[in-house]
Design a protein around this ligand. Structure first.
Ligand SMILES: [Zn+2]
Length: 299
């Protein structure tokens, strides 16, 4: 236990959220509790973590959550560790919710994205098809987030593009996507900024400059790719190629990086919904699972 890096979680305390103020001391090693000298309150070392108020060891929970993040079937975990299925689902949900907070805190901030690949896949869970659209920053392979929906439609894509915009600085940006037309309209709709004109009322929205959209369209015959068409849906080819090289994203327009991510998610998510009873719970399970996998993902 190290009180140095702890902070007081008491919202009524003047020292709340502040680290390295020497106001936190160890209250009880046995019970793993700290005490704040400013407000006099004690708190569990696991406060604010997925381990809070769990009746199992931190090591066991960590092992199980790691297995879940790599797609280990829940039934295998139940059998190996002699746990109740509901307990495993609960840990999965807790850790996923925590990952979502970590993601919001660490990832969702404007950065020079350069080159983003986005794609959507369907995942079959419990006899239903769920659509998952995700985006990835190519240079760092950073998972920018994903959205889930019952259908593949423009709404799903617009939600995804909003997510990307939250992470984007107003810098030249190349999108590499498949041939789904909704991407083009969604990017054009979302990547706009108000132009102040000194008049009253809503200012006119103007598109961001230097947003490039490259489409990679694969043609199949009996499940085999027989041809790949690459075309620019917006912006000049030459500048798009500069962004490709700059981001170390290949020689020509491609969606290889997001496809790898998709394959990982498809296999790891599929195991989650298998035995979930209700569809409402399934949504929560998938959302948590998506964040758990996405935050652990690296390639
Ligand atoms: Zn305090």
């Amino acid at each position: 236990m190290d009180p140095q890096n702890q902070f007081c979680p008491n919202m009524d305390c003047p020292a709340r959220g502040k680290v390295k103020r020497n106001n936190i001391v160890i209250h009880s090693r046995k019970e793993a509790r700290y005490k704040c000298k400013v407000c006099g309150k004690t708190f569990a070392a696991s406060t604010g973590t997925p381990y809070y108020r769990l009746h199992h060891s931190v090591d066991l929970v960590t092992t199980v959550v790691t297995l879940l993040a790599y797609g280990c079937p829940i039934q295998a975990i139940v059998a190996a560790f002699m746990l109740d299925e509901r307990t495993v689902y609960d840990w999965q949900r807790r850790s996923g919710a925590h990952c979502q907070k970590v993601h919001a805190h660490l990832v969702q901030q404007p950065r020079d994205l350069e080159h983003v690949q986005a794609d959507e896949i369907w995942v079959k869970v419990q006899g239903h098809v769920v659509w998952l659209a995700m985006a990835l920053m190519v240079r760092t392979r950073l998972w920018l987030g994903g959205v889930l929906g019952p259908q593949r439609n423009e709404r799903l894509i617009v939600r995804l593009i909003h997510l990307v915009r939250q992470n984007a600085l107003a810098r030249p940006l190349l999108f590499c996507v498949d041939g789904y037309r909704a991407y083009v309209s969604a990017v054009q709709r979302v990547f706009r900024a108000p132009l102040p004109n000194g008049k009253r009322g809503r200012p006119r929205l103007v598109p961001w400059p230097d947003i490039f959209i490259g489409q990679v369209i694969k043609r199949y015959r009996t499940k085999r790719v027989i041809a790949i068409d690459r075309q620019m849906a917006q912006g000049a080819q030459e500048q798009a190629e500069t962004l490709l090289t700059q981001s170390r994203g290949g020689q020509q327009l491609n969606t290889a990086f997001i496809e790898r991510l998709n394959a990982t998610f498809r296999s790891r998510l599929a195991t989650l919904g298998r035995r979930t009873r209700s569809l409402a719970r399934l949504d929560g399970t998938l959302q948590a699972g998506m964040y758990l996998i996405g935050c652990v993902y690296c390639q």
